[in-house]
Design a protein around this ligand. Structure first.
Ligand code: SF4
Length: 93
């Protein structure tokens, strides 16, 4: 009976340690890498310019290397500077 409680305790400790390690693993390497596929689809995002307009010239673009982010695409940091979507607005000069 005692041995069973120790095993359960060890199991819980191991599970807690594994859960605690997740943020560390996520933050290492390519942190926050991701694509917001749902918003990309709804905003008709494409990886090429449209009528001479691209993300690089958009007020919503967040520059990165080599790809960036977009203020209206949360969690997405793979937006191409050469991309475009229907929410394009000219960046302030
Ligand atoms: S709003 Fe659209 S065009 Fe502007 S940076 Fe974001 S994805 Fe690119």
């Amino acid at each position: 009976m005692v041995r069973r409680n120790i095993s359960r305790r060890n199991l819980l400790k191991s599970g807690a340690a594994a859960l605690a390690a997740i943020p560390v693993l996520v933050l290492s390497g390519r942190a926050f890498a991701g694509v917001n596929a749902a918003l990309r689809a709804s905003m008709k995002y494409q990886d090429k310019p449209q009528d001479g307009k691209s993300c690089a010239g958009c007020g919503q673009f967040i520059p990165g290397k080599p790809l960036g982010g977009c203020k209206i695409f949360p969690g997405d940091n793979e937006v191409s500077p050469q991309g475009w979507c229907v929410a394009w607005v000219a960046a302030p000069k």
